[in-house]
Design a protein around this ligand. Structure first.
Ligand SMILES: O=C(O)CCC(=O)C(=O)O
Ligand SMILES: [Fe+2]
Length: 278
């Protein structure tokens, strides 16, 4: 894949980002840049400490345990609307259990979910950042840890409650612009090329959909000279991107899972609230 020339992330800290973009989240809405990256937003030592806790609590499979019968390529700690949204009642029940778990899961550590919400508040000071909710105060999941083991792949795709999932029965459907926030907890491999996300300079349209559905997006991108950006992250780095941009994460290789804490974000220029869910 070609690397991009002038399509580069805004980074590494708020001050530098604001010196180039007065309204960074707004700039993301038209994909003026591929991503906003806040380097070392969370302490990597605490990433390691929390992963240790997840293993001890049985929340994720221990990569050292070669006898495990659990063969899942992705394990979630949290509630995924994409995977659980079909049954609304159970989705909100599951989200409630995640809120309960997250009340004590980080005890003794800095709260990494708060780090993401605070970063968003700083990036959009005039708006209020809230966990997405339905009328009646039912809360969506606040954030989700995704643990990706060997062979797990995200093929070129978008995430959009309106454009892709068509979930008209959820309040987050209304947001025109949808983003992801991803805090890297662990890379897949400490040696050589670790698996990283690739963002393509291509906002989803009806025209590209067949190439996504048929798995020919790479060819389409090459033919049309579409740039891309590989988002190189170290544990503790946090990035935000427009999930209407076609994006992918190549297959995880090796024993070490790639672990991220992720959220989705609903943003509208003329709304006072930013909704966050997972
Ligand atoms: O894990 C990542 O870096 C991105 C995964 C992804 O496709 C998303 O968060 O929308
Ligand atoms: Fe995605």
């Amino acid at each position: 894949m070609q690397s991009s020339t002038n399509w580069i992330p805004a980074e590494p800290d708020l001050k530098t980002i604001f010196s180039h973009h007065a309204r960074p989240l707004h700039a993301l809405s038209c994909a003026r840049m591929p991503a906003i990256i806040l380097r070392q937003a969370y302490d990597p030592d605490q990433c390691r400490g929390l992963i240790h806790r997840f293993i001890n609590m049985g929340l994720m499979r221990d990569p050292e345990d070669t006898n495990s019968r659990d063969t899942r390529a992705r394990i979630d700690i949290g509630t995924s609307l994409g995977n659980r949204g079909r049954d609304k009642e159970r989705f909100f029940q599951h989200a409630a259990s995640t809120h309960h778990l997250f009340k004590f899961l980080f005890d003794g550590f800095d709260n990494p979910v708060k780090v993401i919400y605070d970063a968003l508040s700083n990036l959009a000071p005039s708006k209020q950042v809230k966990v997405a909710r339905e009328p009646g105060d039912r809360l969506y999941g606040p954030a989700i840890f995704r643990v990706h083991y060997h062979s797990h792949t995200y093929k070129p795709h978008i995430d959009h409650v309106r454009l892709r999932e068509g979930r008209t029965n959820y309040a987050v459907y209304r947001f025109e612009h949808q983003y992801a926030g991803v805090l890297c907890f662990q890379n897949a491999d400490e040696t050589g090329e670790s698996t990283q996300a690739i963002l393509h300079r291509c906002l989803w349209t009806e025209e590209v959909q067949p190439h996504i559905a048929e798995g020919t997006f790479h060819k389409y991108a090459a033919t049309n000279g579409i740039e891309n950006c590989r988002v190189e992250l170290s544990p503790g780095d946090l990035y935000f991107f427009n999930t209407r941009c076609i994006h992918e994460v190549a297959a995880v290789q090796g024993k070490h899972p790639r672990i991220v804490l992720a959220v989705f974000i609903g943003y509208s220029p003329n709304e006072n609230e930013i909704f966050v869910w997972s």
